[in-house]
Each structure stands twice: as structure tokens, then as C-alpha cells.
Ligand binder design. Structure first.
Ligand SMILES: Cc1cc2nc3c(=O)[nH]c(=O)nc-3n(C[C@H](O)[C@H](O)[C@H](O)COP(=O)(O)O)c2cc1C
Length: 180
């Protein structure tokens, strides 16, 4: 079985998950190619013909998955392949916003062909581009100032006040299992 994993990553968490997924699939005897989205966009459709499975990994931004339009545009062409989409975000798994974002990531028809996964990543302010850093700091500030904040919002505001890393290779296990 040959799998191509395409990813986009600003601060490294999604790239790391791409690498963990590559290791997990290789351990199961698969042939795996890990490719940044920039490179994948330069490839002709024929490049992907030999792959049995295609996975796309993107980071969460404002409830959307960065770069996921690339995979979504290819779904009609790749209905015979095994397809997966994974999202890496700063929210912990138990944050209810995660399930909402995953549900919204694909149309009902796309859900018939693509399985979606969430992998908790983290926040790395030191690696963020300035507009991202300003947006996140503003969001954290808004949550921290909110008078009627829910317990979830209070916790998230506190977490987002500094960098953190809640990524773990165990979160690729369900993706490996799906692709095996
Ligand atoms: C502008 C902005 C918006 C974000 N929005 C979300 C979000 O809606 N949900 C979430 O869980 N994380 C959100 N994050 C956090 C990133 O998804 C998280 O830091 C992720 O681990 C980044 O992955 P990367 O290191 O591959 O770039 C946001 C980050 C930025 C900079």
C-alpha cells in the first residue's frame, strides 16, 4: 500500500504529526511519501495516480483547516482512494469546538469519501508570523477580559497566554489504523 501525506504547517506541529504518521505507516510496511502542500501543488494529477491513500494535514485557524480546500477539490477525482483529513489545533481534544469544526470541515457528500481526525498540537508564539501572533494574543486577551466567560473560555484564555505543547504521537494511532 502506498500513502501520500500532504501537509501545511506554520509553527511545526502539523509537520511533526505528518512525520509521526509517516513513521506509524512505515512500521506497518507501507510505502509513504510526506510532502509539503507547496510541493504537492506543483505536481500534476498523474503524480498521485499510484497512491492507494492520500492524507491531508492542516492546522486550525478560526475553526477552519488551513489548506483543506486542496484535498476537497480533489475528492471527485480520488473517490477510489482511501482519503483522510487531519486537523492540528491548539484546542485540547475535549474542547467542544473541536467536534464542531471537524463536522463543518467537509460537506455531507465529502464525508462519504474522507475520514476526518483531530490531533491536539499547541501554541508556539516564538515561531508564529506577526499577524498570527497578534490575532492569537488579541483572542487570548478577549477571553481573559470576558466577564461572563464559560469555564471552557476561561481555561482557553489562560492556556493561550503563553506557548504550550500538548502534541503526542499517540494521536496518529487512529489514522494509522484507518489507513491499515
Ligand atoms: C490566527 C490563528 C487562529 C487559530 N485558530 C484556532 C482554532 O480555531 N482552533 C484551534 O484549535 N487552534 C487554533 N489556532 C492554533 C493553531 O491551530 C495551533 O497553534 C496549531 O498547532 C498550529 O499548527 P502548526 O504548528 O502546524 O502551524 C489558531 C492559530 C492562529 C495563529
Amino acid at each position: 500500500m502506498k500513502t501520500i501525506i500532504v501537509y501545511t504547517s506554520q509553527t511545526g506541529f502539523t509537520k511533526r504529526y505528518g512525520e509521526w504518521l509517516t513513521e506509524g505507516l512505515k512500521a506497518k510496511g507501507q510505502e509513504v511519501l510526506l510532502l509539503p502542500l507547496k510541493e504537492a501543488k506543483k505536481k500534476a494529477d498523474s503524480f498521485f495516480e499510484g497512491a492507494d491513500a492520500i492524507v491531508f494535514g492542516g492546522w486550525a485557524m478560526g475553526g477552519n483547516i488551513v489548506g483543506s480546500d486542496w484535498l476537497k477539490s480533489k475528492v471527485p477525482m480520488w473517490k477510489e482512494k482511501k482519503l483522510a483529513l487531519f486537523c492540528v489545533g491548539g484546542s485540547p481534544n475535549e474542547n467542544p469546538d473541536v467536534a464542531i469544526a471537524l463536522d463543518r470541515a467537509l460537506s455531507d457528500e465529502e464525508k462519504e469519501y474522507v475520514k476526518v481526525f483531530y490531533c491536539q498540537g499547541g501554541i508556539a508564539y516564538e515561531k508564529m508570523k506577526l499577524p498570527s501572533k497578534l490575532a492569537m494574543k488579541a483572542f487570548a486577551g478577549m477571553l481573559n477580559k470576558k466577564k461572563d466567560a464559560t469555564e471552557q473560555e476561561r481555561k482557553m484564555g489562560e492556556m493561550l497566554s503563553h506557548s504550550y505543547d500538548i502534541a503526542d504521537p499517540k494521536y496518529v494511532d487512529p489514522i494509522v489504523e484507518y489507513l491499515s
